[in-house]
Write a protein that binds this ligand. Structure first.
Ligand code: NAP
Length: 402
């Protein structure tokens, strides 16, 4: 393309560009100018986006080219009794959603769990990954590189310590494909979800490697981390917090609250898990994503992590006439420091469950697990008792406006 054409296109682009003014401008004036710009361009009325009570300056570092706020309501469920390793007691859990009937359903599950004595929860693992890949001269050099990497693990651990007060390199898992080596670095990240922290640390490790070993190519991420995508590696090896929860619901509570029996629920569960296999769904759950998205949105988490966090496994059994339910969440990616967790409304939600700040990330993971357990039981029972449709009719049908 001739240079003059590029100049012409650039000039045209300049006219179409969203007003930026000074970078990092979060003033009310620039937001209003941007909204007027969209109105002039499209003829729409975007003024609802500009109506807000919060201070836009507080969102520096969380968003660029700010044009206003979308309002999402928050509800709460509880009391939810949890007997965990890091979360213990009765909790009121904030959940943000636009799906009618969701909060009521989770609340019913929470009531049943609490009346049954609470959810038992354990935390099994805490790691967060970045996975650089390297191309060496040939397959022999690639194997030599893995041996060298293992020998230099203490050096890499010190490099990581020099970049963060909280992030630590624990171990790594190597994968070799001919002359290519994939290194899945395993970190802990304190109470932060950790992706910014460990990306910086991994970059320094990569710099050291390129300066000290003959690698022909070094790329900081190979897609093996696997961030923000469902994957078997995270389901099997875990990512973020790996947590499991269980509850035994006595027969009388099953009958009273679910209007069905443990046997019926467990039989339906078996049929549905066959459907799960036939459909090729990763993991086997009813709807982890509903509870995770609602909790993450309320509590300032990165919503894209719903994709790997909602892969997991549930089990439902009739234990005589009682109902035994357990869930396993191998890759809950979350934090109580960093990201959006310090924003005023998000911090208020974290405060409601006693999870704001330091030494609270595992507690948040266990509360998330117990919340999801509530949702799985309630939905399984609703499908079995036939009130799946009626509950949505009652709570979840929004009248069209206008
Ligand atoms: P962050 O806000 O970038 O970093 C956390 C900060 O909190 C660090 O500066 C850390 O100190 C400090 N800190 C204070 N007390 C801490 C404690 N008790 N535990 C841990 N850290 C503590 O957050 P992040 O979790 O690393 O990154 C999350 C953000 O990364 C999210 O907004 C997410 O959307 C985004 N993200 C980034 C990438 C990427 O590739 N960069 C990918 C996906 C998502 P130190 O400085 O000493 O560590």
């Amino acid at each position: 393309m001739p240079v003059s054409d590029i100049r012409c296109i650039m000039g045209h682009m300049e006219q179409l560009r969203i007003p930026k003014d000074r970078t990092n401008d979060y003033s009310k004036e620039i937001i209003a100018r941007r909204l007027s710009f969209f109105k002039a361009r499209t003829g729409g009325d975007f003024s609802p986006l500009g109506h807000h009570t919060c201070d836009p300056e507080e969102f520096k570092g969380n968003i660029e080219s700010l044009i206003g706020f979308v309002q999402v309501p928050v509800g709460a469920i509880g009391p939810l009794r949890i007997n965990g390793e890091h979360a213990s007691g009765d909790f009121y859990v904030p959940m943000s959603t636009l799906e009618g009937a969701l909060i009521s359903s989770y609340n019913r599950g929470a009531t049943v769990i609490t009346m049954s004595g609470g959810a038992q929860v354990v935390t099994l693992q805490d790691t967060i990954q970045r996975a650089p890949y390297f191309v060496l001269k040939d397959i022999k050099k690639a194997k030599e590189f893995i041996v060298w990497f293992r020998k230099n693990l203490p050096v890499f651990r010190n490099i990581v310590k020099s970049t963060t007060r909280y992030g630590r390199l624990k171990d790594f898992k190597p994968f070799l494909v001919g002359k290519s080596v994939y290194i899945r670095l395993e970190f802990t990240s304190g109470d932060a979800m950790g992706m910014n922290m460990i990306t910086k640390a991994s970059s320094e490790i990569c710099k050291y490697i390129t300066g000290n070993f003959e690698v022909e190519r070094c790329v900081i991420e190979s897609n093996m981390a696997v961030d923000k995508k469902p994957s078997y590696i995270n389901m099997i090896l875990g990512r973020g917090k790996s947590v499991s929860a269980e509850v035994l619901v006595p027969e009388k509570i099953v009958n009273r609250f679910f209007m069905t029996t443990a046997r019926e629920i467990a039989d339906n569960y078996r049929g549905q898990m066959i459907g799960n296999t036939l459909s090729g769904t990763m993991g086997c759950t009813y709807h982890f994503a509903n509870g995770i998205a609602a909790l993450y949105l309320a509590c300032g988490q990165d919503l894209a992590n719903v994709s790997e966090s909602s892969v997991g496994v549930i089990n439902m059994e009739a234990a005589d006439k009682d109902l035994y339910v357990s869930i396993y969440l191998p890759s809950l990616v979350l934090g109580t420091v960093g990201g959006g967790t310090a924003l005023p409304t998000q911090k208020a939600c974290l405060d409601m469950i006693g999870c704001a700040g330091k030494d609270k990330a595992k507690k948040l993971a266990e509360i998330t697990a117990a919340t999801l357990l509530s949702g799985e039981i309630s939905l399984a029972a609703a499908i079995t008792a036939g009130d799946f449709v009626t509950a949505h009719e009652r709570y979840g049908r929004n009248r069209p406006r206008g």
